[in-house]
Design a protein around this ligand. Structure first.
Ligand SMILES: Nc1ncnc2c1ncn2[C@@H]1O[C@H](COP(=O)(O)OP(=O)(O)OP(=O)(O)O)[C@@H](O)[C@H]1O
Ligand SMILES: [Zn+2]
Length: 576
């Protein structure tokens, strides 16, 4: 399936949770690689739809809203806009950035639940929940705190202990108290919830994951198999909360006994991929079905998901249970690219603890291109990747400024000075031209194959090697040496160099779109000549019309000074 050319490519990145602007780890582990991949696929001529949305339900959103003194709905409006702005500042090329709180996702979630229940994959069961007499409400997840039964930490949250990391059930806490009022007047009550019978889907899920052993990264299949081997548990998909999608019966009215209950976030969040696609289609007066319905063309769609490793189980097991269990012709994911963590000075980035650098702060201190390059060149693919200011500085200064920036600047300003800013004609090919032709004819297909395999570190290393080959070519061709004795020979070097600049600009578009635009504008390359439909390398190196006017672009990359590193270390922490 991955080898044939699909009609369409649907790309989604794990939905960013609504509790704040995302940090560089979230960006590198989901949105940025999805963006780079979408951009490359568009440049290769594919019909690409890149969908993302904010994930807005669940207790953390409610608690964050309460802390901000806002209604949950107002809080989500504000944070959605903040995340949309941060995405725009990072040039994330979403075709649509939706919201899991949209009506479309609500309708779909309710319909999926009804179908699942009809097919025997959802069951209503009695469960034990913590109830606060003082607050007059149930206390799901983080609404209750207490002592961890595992490590005796006294401020463990109902869903997880921050000290030992163990996942908890609120009723397991010792000496529980309400996170809302602090009251200890709590009791355990029986109340009904809906359970998704994942255990009954284990066999089919295992078979399906097996079919992807070859084409999914080992990280993805190993996580899915670990969960399957440990035995899938049925999970409650409803909570005692006000904020979220109401649980309805087939008549559309609130299900008996489910007043004050809603679907829990992990059930509706992935359904929002479909909801956001519907919202995109409605906004653009087009069809969403060919992306999602296999009876309406979705078999010809390649669906590619991007996410950090903690989301893999939801996307390989839970959401597929929803899709398969509906027994309706919904599309399953084809390719699932998972990432390890970007780490922040020995620990984790954390939104709730405000640890690390966040997207809005990042673009405040350095252009988005710098971050995009650094994070992709150091993508947490094979293992976790530590972020350090020194390595960020080194990526920008050596790769962007010294290798790419210098090359572009050297040859364009020389052309402006000696050849009136026009692509010169004349000169005969030498060994230098033959060498770069041969080198690129190997490197370009390899670069594309790395992108197609979503091997980002390799794609970045190949890109860097192509830039370095440009510098090597100029050293060999040395037009400045020939200029005094043989202008034609110098013209050959300058012409080839300028064509390399144009090519480098074209190749830079998916990674560092702003610098690429500056390069391509200076080279006078119109929008419709920027695609990745490369012909023969020989033609590629003589593509610019002779006499075509070019300019030297403004400074592309400013070096990061040691003083900057010191100041940022002080501001954001990190360092020793
Ligand atoms: N440090 C990290 N490195 C790489 N990917 C990450 C990192 N932290 C989170 N992600 C991924 O980012 C995506 C969006 O995550 P989400 O908004 O749910 O935040 P999160 O996982 O709760 O993290 P945090 O609590 O640190 O904000 C998910 O796919 C998640 O796996
Ligand atoms: Zn603990």
């Amino acid at each position: 399936m991955s080898t044939s050319t699909p009609q369409r490519i649907l790309v989604t990145s794990a939905l960013p949770y609504i509790n704040g602007v995302k940090h560089l780890g979230n960006l590198a582990g989901s949105m940025l690689p999805a963006d780079v991949y979408s951009r490359v696929m568009r440049l290769l001529g594919h019909d690409v739809l890149y969908i993302c949305a904010t994930d807005e339900h669940g207790t953390p959103a409610e608690l964050a809203a309460a802390e901000a003194g806002l209604t949950v709905s107002d809080y989500c409006d504000q944070m959605h806009d903040a995340q949309a702005n941060a995405g725009a500042a990072f040039k994330l090329s979403y075709d649509y950035f939706g919201r899991s709180s949209s009506e479309s996702t609500q309708r779909l979630t309710q319909a999926f639940a009804l179908a699942l229940e009809e097919n025997g994959f959802i069951e209503e069961r009695s469960s034990k929940q913590v109830y606060s007499v003082t607050d007059g409400r149930y206390l799901p997840d983080r609404y209750v705190e207490g002592t961890c039964p595992n490590c005796a930490f006294e401020k463990a949250r109902g869903d997880q202990c921050d000290n030992c990391g163990k996942l908890l059930d609120p009723v397991d806490l010792i000496e529980p108290y309400s996170a809302v009022s602090g009251s200890k007047d709590v009791e355990i009550r029986d109340t009904n919830h809906l359970y998704l019978k994942q255990s009954e889907m284990s066999g089919r899920l295992r078979e399906w994951v097996e079919t992807h052993r070859e084409d999914w990264p080992a990280l993805t299949t190993s996580i899915a198999m670990k969960w399957l081997d440990e035995g899938l548990r049925d999970r409650s998909i409803t909570r005692d909360l006000e904020w979220g999608i109401p649980v309805v019966g087939s008549d559309g009215n609130v299900r008996d006994g489910f007043d004050g209950k809603v679907f829990y976030v992990w059930f509706d969040a992935p359904i929002a991929y479909i909801g956001a696609t519907q919202d995109w289609a409605e906004k653009n007066g087009t069809d969403w079905e060919p992306y999602w319905r296999t009876d309406k063309g979705a078999d010809d769609t390649r669906y590619v998901q991007f996410m950090g490793k903690d989301n893999v189980a939801f996307h390989t097991l839970s959401f597929p249970t929803t899709i398969m269990g509906s027994q309706q012709p919904w599309k399953l994911v084809d390719e699932l690219k998972a990432f390890n963590w970007v780490t922040w000075y020995g620990g984790k980035f954390s939104t709730s603890q405000k640890r690390g650098v966040f997207m809005d702060q990042a673009v405040d201190i350095a252009p988005s291109d710098y971050w995009r390059w650094h994070l992709m060149a150091n993508a947490p693919e094979g293992s976790d990747a530590a972020f350090t200011w020194e390595e960020f500085q080194a990526s920008v200064n050596s790769d962007l400024a010294n290798v790419l920036g210098n090359f572009v600047n050297r040859i364009t300003s020389y052309c402006v000075k000696k050849f009136d800013g026009a692509v010169p004609a004349g000169g005969a090919k030498t060994e230098a031209e033959s060498w770069i032709e041969a080198d690129l004819s190997e490197r370009l297909p390899r670069l594309i194959s790395y992108y197609e395999a979503r091997e980002f570190r390799k794609a970045m290393a190949e890109t860097r090697a192509i830039w370095a080959a440009g510098n090597e070519y100029l050293t060999q061709a040395a037009p400045w040496t020939h200029y005094k004795t043989d202008v034609d020979q110098a013209a050959m070097g300058v012409r080839t160099g300028l064509n390399l600049v144009a090519l480098f600009g074209i190749l830079a578009q998916p990674i560092i779109p702003d610098a690429a635009d500056k390069i391509l504008a200076a080279m006078g390359i119109p929008e419709d000549r920027r695609s990745w439909k490369f012909g023969d390398t020989v033609d590629l190196l003589d593509a610019l019309p002779h006499g075509h006017a070019i300019t030297a672009p403004p400074v592309l990359f400013t070096k990061i000074e040691d003083d900057d590193v010191t100041a940022w270390t002080e501001r954001f922490g990190g360092g020793v």
